[in-house]
Ligand binder design. Sequence first.
Ligand code: NAD
Ligand code: UDP
Length: 324
Amino acid sequence: MDKQEKKRILITGAAGFLGSHLCDRFIAEDFHVIGMDNMITGDLRNIEHLFKLPNFDFYHHDVSKFVHVPGKLDYILHFASPASPVDYLRIPIQTLKVGSLGTHNLLGLAKSKCARILVASTSEVYGDPLVSPQPEEYWGNVNPVGPRGVYDEAKRFQEAMTMAYHNVHGLDTRIVRIFNTYGPRMRLNDGRALPTFIAQALRGEDLTVFGDGSQTRSFCYVLDQIEGIFRLLLSDYTQPMNIGNPDELTINDMAREIIALTGNQSKIRYVSLPIDDPKQRRPDIGKANRILNWNPAVNRKEGLLQTLNYYKQLPSEELKQKNF
Ligand code: NAD
Ligand code: UDP
């Protein structure tokens, strides 16, 4: 098949954790992939292996500014946005802009190209949820003016804008609500619990558990997440869809699992809980199961081992870098 006949997909946030795995997946599916990223939290090493391929292009661009891509586009995946609380609290205005202005730009691009667009939403639209597990019908419990509001409200706006383009312009849209996902290529110092704990354990330091560690999360391995997103994009389901692993555990238990996995002697050190940190989070994945025939396949032990092995092969200086 020559280059013009391939399906063409634009992936924003391509140099980030999920974006880079999506690039790999769509290259493997024989698409022509156009990556876009402004590198605010990304790392070019995540996609450097793709630069030599004829069916991969890369644009260094901030999608909160007008987005232009030459040629036809069949699909757009809008994944550009800081995702770690440490990142989005450091750059709150850029976070609000990419979720709002960036989303608007990409919806406009999708409309002009007659492309299908899937936007990356988040379990954070449920805020500090009062029901568990969280089904898509739950409207959430979000503090708009709290520190996390810059991320949560940007994503809620993103969903509202996407549905408006769907309803008003008949745009072909998909919305994925991603629950905590982990795996190789997560920045070791991005501040999220899992890379932080692994880095601390590998350095032989104590693990910093926020609050009393009784808050829960449900961690999904990256390749399971990518499979769910792939199926949702190719489905005809246009309402928001949760993708995540419902295997819920406390942050205390997660810290203990990581200490055991690394075999180090680290202990847990309790530090103060960030404002509005959700107390529980667990996806109801009934819809993904019924509509996409999707279920997570990688258990946490296996996923953590893959992730640990990835971090172990990074240059040793990286383990020393902390950004918070
Ligand atoms: P990440 O920080 O690793 O990647 C985000 C990428 O977007 C980075 O490469 C960054 O440079 C780029 N970016 C940010 N603002 C941009 C802009 N204005 N223009 C162009 N590029 C920009 O984060 P991630 O974990 O890969 O998350 C990707 C997406 O998935 C985000 O939209 C996030 O909200 C969503 N998400 C992720 C998770 C998770 O657990 N990883 C959970 C829920 C939602
Ligand atoms: N957390 C922690 N220690 C850390 C980083 C995070 O105890 O060094 C906690 C955090 O307060 C939250 C959970 O781990 O309750 C998951 O945090 P993360 O930043 O990974 O993602 P979130 O789900 O909060 O967006």
